[in-house]
Design a protein around this ligand. Structure first.
Ligand code: AMP
Length: 120
């Protein structure tokens, strides 16, 4: 049987997290090792290994959740970066689908926007 990921254990309440927002389907919490002044992870409560396995219907709901979260954090005004690492070559480390929301700094000053190595 597959070993549960750390994010599934967080959903089950077996491991604590620094929660920001929650509803029936999704949970948002602070990344334990932030790569930006504001670094939040958004996960579905149901398990999906990565974005490639995700259900489009839930993605529609998750869009609304992320938009609400961004507003709550004031990032709707200042802007933010939304990232999901998908699969081995992307550098994904936790194999439970998650989106990184990164904000609180001006990424546009970084001319080479294709170079993600500085963030992940
Ligand atoms: P990824 O490389 O896209 O799979 O990102 C995994 C992220 O999860 C990294 O940014 C980690 O810092 C973060 N992370 C790992 N364990 C925890 C945890 N227990 N609570 C919060 N964030 C975590």
């Amino acid at each position: 049987m597959r070993e549960k990921t750390i994010f599934e254990l967080i959903v089950e309440g077996k491991i604590p997290c620094n929660k920001v927002l929650e509803d029936n389907d999704f949970l948002a919490f602070h990344d334990i090792n932030p790569k930006a002044p504001i670094h939040i992870l958004v996960i579905p409560k149901k398990h999906f290994r990565d974005f490639q396995e995700f259900e489009p219907e839930l993605m529609a709901k998750m869009t609304r959740f992320i938009q609400e979260l961004a507003t709550l954090l004031g990032l709707d005004k200042s802007g933010y970066r939304l990232v999901s690492n998908c699969g081995e070559n992307s550098g994904q480390e936790v194999f439970h689908l998650h989106f990184h929301i990164l904000g609180g700094f001006e990424l546009s000053k970084n001319k080479d926007k294709t170079n993600q190595q500085t963030l992940f």
